[in-house]
Write a protein that binds this ligand. Structure first.
Ligand code: ADP
Length: 513
């Protein structure tokens, strides 16, 4: 192992695990370690995690990554953080949690979100803050806490996110980077400061929140106890970093205007970087900070790979059995069947809103629909229609982004769906765009490491990362399929709008049980 100071550690505090990745020259992975933790659901629709379990995962994952590659403290140049957005923890005066960490997936504040939107000028709040009004974000969660737990709410000393909690343990300082702050619904994009109107609405002051700092802000002088446990020098520069979403764009190399990163894992997201802030008149997209000169415009969809998983689990038992015998992945078998059907699934269209939808419609009541079913449709048509439906939902988000930023010329994809060349080609055909598959496994951790190097002045532009990322495959759209898909996509949009009222009715039926 090289004895030079050439290691940068990216720590990604995610929803299912914290991953520490040690990167060497040109973003080469030297070692990595992930520690998983659970989501607690004390009531239906709630989603919480234990902040101390996550803090301990940060310490242990860094120390394990150091140990695995036998890295000495003096070899580490810097450490940079990435974290999931939208988390909320209430702390007392001594910095101890009064609540668990309420995460983005928590839906308890549905009613507060609806009121914010309809009665409290939610669109104006979104336009000031860049955060769509949705139960995922801290603003409605705080309103819920104020209304439903007033005694606790009045006792709170600080409201923080998970990254602020970790940094407070390490440095006894309450700081929040512009990126995590810009996803709270309480942070003004124009002044890069807390939104006084939002604070007044909640009856809190800026003292209840951390000090906002640039994402390149550097901390030094870590508490010895934790530095020792991570086998780091306490004076190592620690860069506060940004959110996992915006750093994932850096980590796949989608950093220039017109370049988009599309991730389809369980859910999905489309994001592009703009040099200036942009919000949408119709409230369809988010605008989150990466640096003061890089703004990430994008949208999340609920309906990504979870739909193929649903099909596999609920209807795919024959495929699961055959795949088991052949020793192959059932997804590969399902997708092989889908390939027997032409583009467009011979007139079977699928609206994929099984778990409501976030961008671009932001409609929790939207539901799934197969449209056009006829006797000639076999199970492979349904498989293909589901895969096409996922691509259409991603395409609809990309179109909303395009309205703000201009055309997207290059698409970089990642997430579980990208394992399938057929599904990737389908997305390229649907969007009518070149599609690249970058070879990155831990995009957000790499993004955090790159941002740390940028903060230290070791690289002069985030673009440098593009030279480090190897492209493993490349898809060019099939023009015939693109024009067919475009027609079907217009029908998809029309169907959504025509069914919107009926979705409200069926969703209320489902709520009544
Ligand atoms: P997460 O978002 O939970 O981290 P992943 O990125 O692993 O999850 O994505 C999981 C999804 O990826 C699955 O629901 C499935 O739709 C899709 N997927 C997984 N394996 C394959 C495969 N071999 N081919 C196509 N799609 C796959």
């Amino acid at each position: 192992m090289d004895k030079n100071r050439n290691i940068v550690i990216g720590v990604d505090i995610g929803t299912t695990s914290t991953k520490a990745v040690a990167f060497g020259e040109r973003g080469k992975v030297v070692s990595s370690h992930a520690i998983d933790y659970p989501i607690v659901q004390p009531h239906p629709g709630w989603a919480e995690q234990d902040p101390d379990v996550i803090f301990s995962a940060v310490i242990k994952s860094v120390s394990a990554a150091m140990k695995k590659a036998n890295i000495f403290p003096h070899q580490v140049k810097a450490l940079g953080f990435s974290a999931a957005m939208h988390s909320l923890i209430a702390l007392d005066e001594s910095g101890r949690p009064l609540t668990r960490c309420i995460i983005w997936a928590d839906n308890r504040s549905v009613m507060q979100s609806e009121r914010l939107l309809k009665e409290m000028n939610g669109l104006a709040i979104y336009k000031r803050t860049g955060t769509p009004i949705h139960p995922m974000s801290p603003l409605p969660k705080l309103l819920w806490m104020k209304e439903e737990m007033p005694e606790l709410f009045d006792k709170v000393h600080k409201f923080v996110s998970i990254k602020e909690y970790v940094l407070y343990q390490l440095y006894s300082q309450y700081v929040v980077d512009y990126s995590i702050a810009s996803a709270t619904g309480l942070f003004r994009l124009d002044t890069l400061d807390w939104d006084i109107d939002g604070l007044n609405l909640l009856g809190i002051t800026r003292n209840h929140l951390s000090e906002p700092v640039p994402t390149t802000y550097m901390l030094r002088g870590m508490k010895k106890e934790w530095a020792e446990q991570m086998t780091l020098d306490p004076d190592i520069p620690v860069i506060v970093g940004a959110s996992d979403g915006v750093l994932a764009n850096v980590g796949v190399g989608a950093v220039l205007p017109g370049e988009a990163a599309i991730t389809i894992g369980t859910s999905g997201a489309v994001r592009t970087i703009s040099p200036v802030q942009k919000t949408d008149e119709k409230g369809r997209t988010f605008c989150y900070a990466l640096t003061e000169n890089h703004w990430v415009i994008g949208g999340p969809t609920n309906n990504g790979g979870i739909l193929l998983r649903w099909l596999r689990d609920e209807f795919g038992s024959p495929e699961r059995e055959v795949a088991k015998k052949l020793g192959i992945d059932p997804y590969d078998l399902l997708i092989q069947y889908a390939q027997n059907v032409p583009a467009g699934s011979e007139g079977l269209l699928f609206l994929p809103f099984l778990s409501g939808e976030r961008a671009p419609y932001w409609n929790a009541n939207a539901r799934g629909t197969f449209f056009g079913i006829s006797l000639h449709h076999k199970r492979e048509h349904f498989i293909r229609a589901v895969m096409e439906g996922v691509c259409m939902s991603v395409f609809s988000v990309a179109l909303a982004i395009r309205d703000l930023t201009g055309p997207l010329s290059e698409i970089r994809v990642s997430g579980g769906f990208a394992k399938s060349p057929f599904w990737r080609q389908m997305l390229s055909d649907m969007m009518g765009k070149e599609l690249l598959v970058p070879e990155t496994h831990e995009a957000s951790a790499l993004g955090a490491a790159v941002l740390a190097l940028y903060a230290l002045g070791e690289i002069h532009s985030l673009e440098t990362v593009k030279e480090w990322i190897h492209i493993t495959s490349h898809h060019t759209p099939n023009k015939n399929n693109t024009s067919l898909y475009l027609e079907l996509f217009y029908m998809y949009e029309r169907l959504y709008h025509r069914l919107k009222d009926e979705f409200d009715v069926i969703a209320s039926f489902q709520r009544k049980g």
